[in-house]
Ligand binder design. Structure first.
Ligand code: MIG
Length: 725
């Protein structure tokens, strides 16, 4: 991974009590002791009924950004957030907890600073909810680290945050392709048919997922031989055709005599326990299970070991689900529920209401998390609740460590649902069970930007929505947004309508084929910019306020920068034939993109506009004095070498861009094994000077043989030329 430097001098660490070592951070810095009498900059700090409380008075125009994968606006004001990892499959606007915990916040207003709380359990953020102008942060513990970044430059703050918490994870290059998922494609036959569907419909795709039904009765690390006979051969066959298979891995280990993972884990003491040492027995998909104690390094190694066969069979990626951890019920709560049900006599409506409530609140109860412990090898018994938010982090870490052990030097693909600060060093995430609602396109944009602030550059939502029935119009619009999301994965739940891009009428399929090709045409740009973002520790998908000044841009939550040159403004309203856009500061080259090789460009002055945009296209804007690089789409990444580029530039003065390529599969770029072309374009009268500087290594010579240039000037005039490399 790219190396990080030391911390700058604007960061102060206040330490309260004796915090748990979460490993959210990778650098130790000196700390100041924080006591209830301490004065700390920006905050009124008090101790109330055992809670440590930080208050900050918000000025009228203060914005509050951050908190990763939470609901609410990108500006977090006016709402309450409870950072406690929760599996909630119903993302309605009132929900305060979802799967992730990112207590990293930026204040942007009269004062400008940011802070990070390193604490692994519940933190409550009341950001102008109880009192419009007060942000109150409540930590129900005395033991935590509180970092304050006293710096007004937002990009400097992010860089500092990522120096402190580590550089972002880099997936293999094929992860920039399209991925198809469904709960479930339950057997080899179905998976093959889906793969064939892509080729037959001439739709590019790089990966197909295997949801829980591939297992024998949901037993983790098993493959049902009836559904997937000769699995290893199947993995190989799929790969030869350009499809990676990505199995799901859930943490709950089924309690079943003779099942090796269960027997071995029990023998070695790998599972979470009750206070008296009995293994805790929560119910999830397999029925009653035990939860591995991922907090313990030895258990992570043990768990990692079960991935070896899969990796040897050619599996290059996994997705980790249910790792909040989600708990459907426990033996005790099941008994209690049965009692409640049999006591119900149907006499009054309130009793019915109470019954409904007890059923509705049956899963993921807070009390479950206070019932079990992590027994550590050094003898400590750690109450799960006290480190709750670390569970998904450590589960995915176990998987990452397995890849590093069994496929050393190779990049792996790994998605997690639950996560917290620091996760971004070794995995990517998807944002869980959204729904086929137009509103959730907006939610996705906000989350992508907020998660990028927390270092999770590679993330995305279920394209088309997980729950609910989708109409083709929504899927088309969402596929357009997805084409400019790092993770581009279509996923949907069982008992919903089919959601593959060809599942509707012919016209819709044709539009989606073009969108998919557009995604693949953009890969040279996306990959180059992603790798640069990681190197520079700068968000890849970013909110406009990172690039443009002034108050106006701060309100914009449905346009975003994708790399440094491109602004994306997806249409996300039903029936819309266009949308309002704000074009900040400079001129923009507008492209309503539907087909990658049909470009009708228009120069637009800064300002606010209603931009027309028919169903088949998405409004894209190339920033003044910048460029993008496209290529011919392929069926899957790596099918053919990328040998020619088309650079589309909008230059009124001068612009530069670095095209980047490496093997897409290893970390050898760290040793200089990558190639790059730095492209400089300078306007000279009516013509342009183009300078190319090549960086090549012996191991990774440049594959590009020629570049076509399409350069637009301020009047929208096109200048074209071609260069051989
Ligand atoms: O309780 O594995 O978010 O993506 O398809 C539901 C089945 C379990 C939730 C995940 C979803 C996945 C589903 N899982």
């Amino acid at each position: 991974m790219f190396k990080s430097s030391n911390l700058l001098d604007f960061t102060t660490l206040y330490r309260s009590g004796n915090p748990f070592k979460t490993e959210a951070t990778v650098i130790d810095i000196n700390s100041k002791a924080l006591r209830p009498v301490s004065k700390i900059k920006h905050f009124k700090f008090t101790k109330e009924k055992g809670d440590m409380v930080f208050r900050y008075d918000l000025a009228e125009n203060d914005k509050v950004y951050g908190l990763g994968g939470t609901l609410g606006g990108f500006n977090k004001r006016g709402r309450k957030y409870v950072l406690y990892a929760t599996d909630d499959p119903n993302h309605t606007p009132d929900k305060t907890s979802l799967y992730t915990s990112y207590p990293f916040v930026m204040i942007d207003g009269e004062e400008k600073f940011a802070f990070l709380i390193d604490y692994p359990s519940e933190i409550i953020f009341d950001i102008g909810f109880t009192h419009k102008d007060v942000m109150e942060i409540r930590i129900p513990s005395n033991n935590f680290d509180f970092y304050i970044f006293n710096e007004s430059d937002k990009l400097k703050v992010i860089k500092e945050y990522l120096t402190l918490t580590g550089a972002p994870y880099i997936p293999p290059k094929w992860a920039f392709g399209y991925q198809q998922c469904r709960w479930s494609y339950p057997d080899a036959k179905t998976v093959s048919n889906i793969a064939e569907g892509f080729r037959k419909n001439e739709m590019p795709c790089d990966a197909i997922y295997m949801d829980i039904d591939y297992m024998e009765r949901y037993k983790v690390f098993t493959v049902d031989g009836k559904k997937f006979p000769r699995f290893k051969d199947f993995v190989g066959k799929m790969k030869k055709n350009g499809f990676k298979l990505i199995p799901i891995i859930d943490p709950g280990v089924k309690v079943e005599k003779g099942y090796d993972v269960y027997e071995d884990g029990k023998k070695k003491g790998c599972f979470c326990v009750h206070k008296d040492g009995r293994p805790f027995q929560p119910a999830v998909w397999p029925g009653f299970t035990h939860f591995p104690n991922f907090l313990e390094p030895e258990v992570r190694k043990w768990w990692g070991g079960f991935h070896k066969d899969f990796i040897d069979w050619g599996i290059e990626g996994f997705w980790n689900d249910m790792n909040e951890p989600s708990i459907f019920y426990t033996p005790q709560s099941l008994k209690d529920l049965n009692k409640t049900i049999s006591a119900f006599d149907g006499k009054d409506a309130f009793a019915l209401r109470a019954l409904r409530r007890s059923m509705y609140n049956f899963s993921n109860r807070r009390e479950y998390y206070k019932e079990f412990y992590h027994r550590m090898d050094d003898g400590r018994m750690i109450l799960h609740h006290d480190i709750h938010n670390l569970y998904g982090f450590n589960m995915s870490r176990a998987t990452a460590e397995a890849f590093n052990e069994f496929a050393p030097g190779r990049r792996y693909f790994l998605l997690t649902r639950s996560s917290c600060t620091g996760l971004h060093r070794f995995a990517a995430l998807w944002t869980g069970d959204n729904a086929s609602w137009w509103e959730h396109m907006l939610v996705q944009m906000r989350m992508m930007m907020a998660l990028n602030m927390a270092g999770v550059f590679y993330n995305g939502a279920d394209i088309g929505g997980f729950g609910g029935e989708i109409a083709p119009e929504l899927l088309i619009r969402w596929m357009q947004l997805g084409a400019f999301s790092p993770l581009y994965r279509n996923h949907s739940s069982f008992a919903t309508r089919a959601q593959e891009p060809w599942a509707f009428d012919k016209g819709s399929a044709g539009i989606m084929r073009n969108i998919l090709k557009l995604r693949y045409a953009f890969i040279p740009y996306a990959y180059s910019e992603f790798m640069r973002s990681v190197k520079e520790l700068k968000p890849f998908v970013s909110h406009l306020m990172f690039s443009f000044k002034g108050e106006r841009v701060k309100d914009i939550e449905d346009q975003f920068m994708y790399g440094d040159s491109l602004m994306v403004a997806p249409v996300h309203a039903p029936g819309a034939q266009g949308r309002f856009v704000h074009l900040p500061e400079n001129e923009w080259l507008h492209w309503n993109a539907s087909e990658y090789n049909k470009r009708k460009m228009k120069v637009m002055e800064p300002g606010d506009y209603y931009v027309k945009c028919a169903l088949e296209s998405i409004p894209l804007f190339i920033k003044e004095n910048s460029m993008i690089a496209l290529t011919e789409p392929v069926n899957y990444i790596g099918e053919k070498e990328t040998e020619s580029l088309t650079v589309v530039a909008f230059v009124t003065g001068k612009a530069s861009f670095t095209y980047y390529e490496d093997d897409g599969a290893t970390y050898d770029f760290n040793n200089g094994d990558f190639s790059a072309i730095k492209i400089d374009i300078k306007k000279r009268g009516r013509r342009y000077d183009i300078a190319l500087s090549l960086k090549q290594s012996d191991a990774m010579p440049l594959k590009i043989k020629d570049i076509r240039f399409e350069i637009y000037d301020g009047a929208g005039r096109l200048y074209s030329c071609q260069r051989k490399i």
